[in-house]
Design a protein around this ligand. Structure first.
Ligand code: DLL
Length: 443
């Protein structure tokens, strides 16, 4: 184990040991688990078996990790088409938990866990917390939503398994969040990055100085955020902001987590096998190249997912990390294949707009993109909050700022945007995932 394996406070959690497995051992474990899960899915999930049969494949055709590319992909539509329980590989009496995430077409997508799956989930979440230096004695305020969303209960079980003290406050009621944070001496908070920005604002309004509190870490995920956003959060609150990634279909939060080096999220590869594929061809991308993340659950009993296309765009790196973990890392997921919008023929991702905005001084990290169509022409309006000092400034200064923002966006994405500067706290805040794009075009 590397000398870096311990967090600076000298604590190493024994259950984090799989993070540091020598690679040959990790690959052996993955292969052993992969062959078992393919067999399970083939035996128990009709859709998977049919797709294998159609390709004249049997589970015995998977003899090495590289053989995974022979297997068919799964995607979100499969969950929708088999709603609610069609992909379950365990009988109902073995399923101890259901979660659901809102689909775009009314019906949610449903995911299931056996007792063992819940334990695996708690284990990866424990390792996620340990990776960013948390341990027993920490007080973790869990402001991810409890309920059908996986964020709340996922983080909760992991924090308890770690031996930390959990405050299961769920999302919302910001003044109360701040009161408990102060009174209970919260040392770490779990929520979406956009909600934490809202907490920062409210703290300022209520005269709470976050920098004077014991709070030292934020475990932020469930939505895309940028490095520029991380810098803002860290500067404004004095905490370290860590990126956590996950999705309901695979387990929930805890698929990947940044360590204290903050240079990409380590995938808990002993449970989730990652691939990056070219979006168009579906062929594997080499290390370091961007593409769509595809994940296979290596141990999931209730609902195994084989080669699930996440639509999340990232790159995988197997470069060694300072922390000593042997787990490969993914680059920050700035975008989803289906987040992209096309404006006057140009592909744009909200994260590009975010990066362009936050380069400019005087801008607050709250924005929304509104798309409309005027006389058959697409119009992109970017509404962004600016500091109140700017509003007391001259009209000329505001116009100059608009110009700077417009140029910054144009050079980043290649299209002009109308900029609407708005007062602080004008843009609707979200307790969970932020809604960045409002598309009012009638197509
Ligand atoms: O958002 C699980 C989660 C909860 C992750 C709490 C992290 C923290 P879903 O609601 O199924 O599950 O949404 C999954 O959210 O495919 C990504 O597009 C996006 N996402 C999640 N984490 C990140 C992240 C939860 N760190 C979808 N960066 C995923 C960027 C993220 N996008």
């Amino acid at each position: 184990m590397s000398k870096h394996a311990k967090s600076p406070n000298g604590i190493f959690h024994p259950l984090s040991a799989p993070d540091f497995l020598p690679l040959p051992q990790l690959r052996d474990l993955q292969l052993q688990r992969l062959t078992a899960i393919v067999q399970r899915a083939y035996d128990r999930v009709a859709l998977f078996r049919k797709r294998m049969d159609d390709r004249s494949l049997t589970p015995q055709d998977v003899r090495s990790l590289d053989d995974i590319v022979k297997l068919p992909f799964a995607e979100k539509a499969d969950l929708r088409d088999t709603y609610p329980f069609g992909l379950f590989a365990s009988p109902m009496k073995e399923i101890v938990r259901l979660h659901a995430s809102s689909g775009t077409t009314g019906k949610p997508i449903v995911v299931a866990y056996t007792q063992e799956d819940v334990q695996v989930w708690a284990n990866v979440m424990l390792r996620a917390f340990a990776a960013c230096g948390l341990h027993a004695g920490d007080i973790i305020q869990n402001a991810y939503g409890y309920g059908l969303f996986t964020g709340g209960l996922g983080a909760h079980y992991g924090a308890e398994a770690l031996g930390a003290t959990v405050i299961p406050i769920s999302g919302g009621n910001t003044p109360r969040q701040l009161m408990l944070m102060k009174d209970f001496g919260t040392t770490a908070i779990c929520c979406t990055p956009s909600y934490f920005l809202h907490l920062i604002d409210q703290a300022a309004e209520l005269g709470v100085n976050l920098k004077e509190l014991p709070l030292r870490a934020g475990i932020f995920g469930a939505e895309p955020w940028t490095e520029a956003m991380r810098r803002r959060i860290e500067a404004d609150s004095g905490i370290k902001a860590y990126d956590i990634y996950g999705l309901s279909e695979i387990i929930g939060p805890g698929v990947a987590m940044e360590c204290e080096c903050q240079s990409g999220a380590h995938i808990f590869e002993d449970y989730f096998y990652p691939e990056i594929i070219n979006l168009k061809t579906g062929k594997p991308c080499p290390d370091g190249e961007e593409g769509e993340l595809v994940l296979t659950t290596l141990s999931k009993k209730a609902m195994p997912m084989i080669r699930y296309r996440t639509r999340d765009i990232t790159a995988l790196t197997s470069e060694a990390c300072e922390c000593g973990r042997t787990l490969r890392r993914i680059k920050r997921i700035g975008r989803r294949a289906d987040d992209m919008f096309i404006i006057r023929g140009v592909n744009v991702y909200p994260s590009q707009v975010e990066t362009a905005l936050l380069k400019v001084e005087g801008v607050l990290p709250h924005y929304q993109i509104v798309l409309t169509r005027e006389k058959d022409l697409d119009v992109m309006e970017v509404q962004v909050e600016v500091t109140s000092e700017f509003f007391t400034d001259t009209v000329g200064a505001l116009e100059q700022l608009q110009g700077r923002l417009s140029r910054s966006i144009e050079s980043m994405v290649g299209v002009r945007a109308n900029i609407r500067l708005v007062q602080p706290r004008t843009i609707t805040r979200s307790e969970g995932k932020a809604k960045r794009v409002i598309d009012q075009r009638k197509i």
